[in-house]
Ligand binder design. Structure first.
Ligand SMILES: [Zn+2]
Ligand SMILES: [Zn+2]
Length: 233
C-alpha cells in the first residue's frame, strides 16, 4: 500500500471509530445504510435485457442486438438513483468502505437468484495511478464481499488495466465511451475454460464490461458474466 493509501486507511478507521455510523439515506444512526432505505431503493426488475440489464425492454434489447456485449449476461441489482447513487458516491469518493458489506449482500443474493455459478469473481481493475490516489478499489471491496458470501474466490490478478482511459464520467457520449475503454484490459492468467464473473459498482453502457470480457475470452475463458451493484438508465 502506498503512503497515501495507508493514510486513507488509517483515516477511514479513525472516522468509522470516532463518528457514529449514520445512514446515507435517512440519517438514522447505527448503520451506514438502513434496511428501510435499502428496501425502498429502486431495485431492477423484469422485464430487462439479460445481456446488459437495461430495464423495461425485451431481451436482447435493440442496442445489444446491434452491438452484442462480449458478456454472457449481466446481473445488476439497483437502478443508479436516489439512495443507491448516494451510497456509491460515499463508497467511491468519500472513503466510506463500511458500505461494502451492506451493498455486497444484495449483489450476492441477486447472483444466487439468477442461478449463475462461476469459478471466480474478478473486480474491474482501476488504473494503478487511480488506485494510488484513492487507496482502494471499490469494485474489489464489493467482489470480496460477494465472494465471501458465496464462497467463490476473488482473482484480482486475472485482469490488468493496461491503459489510462480517464474517468468515465468525463466522457459522456456513447461512442466515445466505447472507444475510450477498447483494449483497456489485459489478461495474463490461465483462464482457459473458466467461467468468470466481472464485478463493478456501476454499469453505464456496458462498454467497460465488454472490453474486460473480451480480454478474458481472448485468453480462453469459456464464459464471462457481469455483476454490477447499479445500472445507469
Ligand atoms: Zn436510512
Ligand atoms: Zn441489452
Amino acid at each position: 500500500m502506498t503512503k497515501l493509501g495507508l493514510l486513507n486507511s488509517v483515516w477511514n478507521k479513525v472516522l468509522t471509530t470516532v463518528l457514529p455510523a449514520q445512514c446515507v439515506g435517512c440519517g438514522v444512526s447505527g448503520t451506514y445504510l438502513c434496511d428501510d432505505c435499502l428496501a425502498s431503493a429502486l431495485w431492477l426488475e423484469e422485464p430487462q435485457c439479460e445481456m446488459c440489464a437495461e430495464p423495461g425492454v425485451a431481451s436482447p434489447c435493440s442496442r445489444c442486438r446491434l452491438r452484442p456485449l462480449a458478456v454472457d449476461g449481466t446481473v445488476a441489482v439497483f437502478v443508479m438513483d436516489g439512495v443507491i447513487r448516494k451510497a456509491v458516491h460515499q463508497l467511491k469518493y468519500r472513503n466510506l468502505r463500511a458500505l461494502a458489506p451492506i451493498l455486497g449482500r444484495p449483489m450476492a443474493d441477486a447472483l444466487t437468484q439468477r442461478g449463475v455459478a462461476v469459478d471466480a469473481l474478478i473486480p474491474i481493475p482501476m488504473h494503478p495511478r487511480q488506485l494510488r490516489s484513492r487507496g482502494y478499489n471499490q469494485a474489489a471491496l464489493l467482489a470480496k464481499e460477494v465472494g465471501t458470501r458465496l464462497e467463490v474466490p476473488v482473482e484480482q490478478a486475472y485482469l490488468r488495466r493496461q491503459r489510462w482511459s480517464g474517468p468515465q464520467v468525463a466522457t459522456a457520449d456513447y461512442d466515445s465511451r466505447w472507444a475510450n475503454v477498447a483494449y483497456a484490459f489485459q489478461c495474463d492468467a490461465n483462464v482457459q475454460g473458466k467461467s468468470l464473473m466481472l464485478v463493478d459498482d456501476v454499469m453505464t453502457t456496458g462498454s467497460t464490461m465488454h472490453s474486460a470480457a473480451n480480454a478474458l475470452k481472448e485468453a480462453g475463458a469459456a464464459q464471462v458474466w457481469a455483476l454490477a451493484l447499479a445500472r445507469e438508465v
